[in-house]
Design a protein around this ligand. Structure first.
Ligand SMILES: *Cc1c(COP(=O)(O)O)cnc(C)c1O
Length: 397
């Protein structure tokens, strides 16, 4: 067997993540590795922190990237906040809420589940009922933008309820960060984590997280050690903390952090509001094209998140075959359904650098072509024309 260097195919990534990474971010990653205690690197860490504070819209001092994917950020939040015997209320309206529950149970917590249908936002009334019934609850956890269904929940309202009942919030913003409005401080969110490979369009493998003052106090008052040594924020802060000694905790993923810095610089340059507006605008154009193709969104319009478009697979169409043809013949990746929605929906991502007009056009063109070829009566040209005219409408100021 002759082994050769791997050359990835040239794909357009419009699934649930990872999204297309900007060439500037890839170039940053290829710069020479330096030591993780090098003063030059420490300067970079300070900038990353400040840029993350901007992107999260927070002044929280405990803001840093966890060395691991979004799931590691989720676990960092869960295991630092919860001790055995604590009560946690976890909202389920898709895959990721369930994952939070699984982690909270392993941390020894009593989990109260607030269940909403897949494809619907978390219902504040159900959350309030659970808070009322469980005044001992320490943490309310929910997913801001559910990537498994394309639903956006009202983080501000849910956080306000939690605080009325003196409960901390753990908020998953893996897909919402950089794609839709997120105001950690103004909304009073306590622990918020995200990932790098969705609307930030950075390489996968890092999970920025931020802890508010209330959450820091709760963590400091623990009576049992955090079950995970690696994710114990008290220990990690010896490396990432303000004015910390920057003593060795683990070797930071240096080159991935170069990439994160570059991606955050680009977001800062564009401006958060502009990035949010861009995702919204391109979602509107994609929506028009998908509708002309006869594809129906599974989420009611008012609860949709623009960066993840979940549509039903039309009757008589082979879901997997269409996706594989898009990949093989058009180098276009879209996502399949998860859990109960497997085989029934497609998930089309418009995340970060992938949220561009050429991608929307490419996606509607490729889908129209493949669906027509699969024997579905679709107006592929009409769909493209509709997208073109939606894109020609000037953006709102
Ligand atoms: C992708 C995703 C995660 C998990 O992130 P990984 O980087 O895959 O570990 C968690 N929550 C949501 C909402 C996500 O979309």
């Amino acid at each position: 067997m002759e082994y050769t260097p791997f050359t990835p195919p040239n794909r357009t990534l419009m699934g649930p993540g990872p999204s297309d990474v900007h060439p500037r971010v890839l170039e940053a990653m290829a710069r020479p590795t330096i030591g993780h205690l090098d003063p030059a690197f420490v300067g970079l860490m300070d900038e990353i922190k400040a840029l993350l504070q901007y992107a999260f819209q927070t002044e929280n001092r405990l803001t840093m990237p966890v060395s691991g994917p979004g799931t590691a950020g989720m676990e960092t939040g869960v295991v630092n906040l919860l001790e055995p015997g604590d009560t946690a209320i976890v909202c389920h309206n898709g895959v990721f809420g369930r994952r939070i529950t699984a982690m909270a149970e392993r941390a020894g917590a009593e989990v109260v589940v607030v269940e909403d249908p897949w494809g619907r936002a978390v219902d504040p009334e159900k959350v309030e009922a659970a808070l009322k019934q469980h005044p001992e609850a320490k943490m309310l956890a929910f997913v801001h933008a559910e990537t498994s269904t394309g639903v956006l929940s009202d983080a501000e309202t849910l956080a306000a309820l939690a605080h009325e009942y003196d409960c901390l919030t753990l908020v998953d913003t893996v897909t919402s960060f950089g794609g839709v409005p997120l105001h950690v401080d103004a909304w009073g969110l306590d622990v918020v984590y995200t990932g790098t490979q969705k609307c930030l369009s950075c390489v996968p493998g890092l999970s920025p997280i931020t802890f508010g003052e209330r959450a820091v106090e709760v963590v400091q008052q623990r009576t049992t050690p955090v079950q995970s040594w690696f994710l114990d924020t008290g220990l990690v802060m010896a490396y990432w903390g303000d004015g910390a000694q920057r003593s060795y905790h683990h070797t930071a993923p240096i080159n991935a952090l170069y990439a994160l810095h570059e991606a955050l610089l680009m977001l800062r340059k564009e401006g958060l509001e502009h990035a949010w507006a861009r995702h919204r605008r391109l979602h509107e154009a994609l929506k028009v094209g998908l509708e002309v193709l006869g594809l129906q969104f599974i989420v009611p319009e008012a609860e949709r998140t623009p960066q993840l478009n979940a549509v039903s697979v039309p009757g008589g169409v082979n879901e997997g075959k269409v996706r594989h043809r898009l990949l093989r013949e058009h180098d276009l990746e879209i996502g399949a359904g998860l859990g109960d929605l497997a085989g029934r929906i497609w998930r089309i991502g418009l995340m970060g650098y992938a949220a561009r007009r050429e991608n929307v056009l490419k996606c509607v063109d490729a889908l129209g072509t493949v669906l027509a070829d699969e024997g579905l009566a679709v107006d592929a040209q009409g769909a493209l024309d509709a997208v073109q005219s939606a894109l020609a409408t000037p953006a709102e100021a």
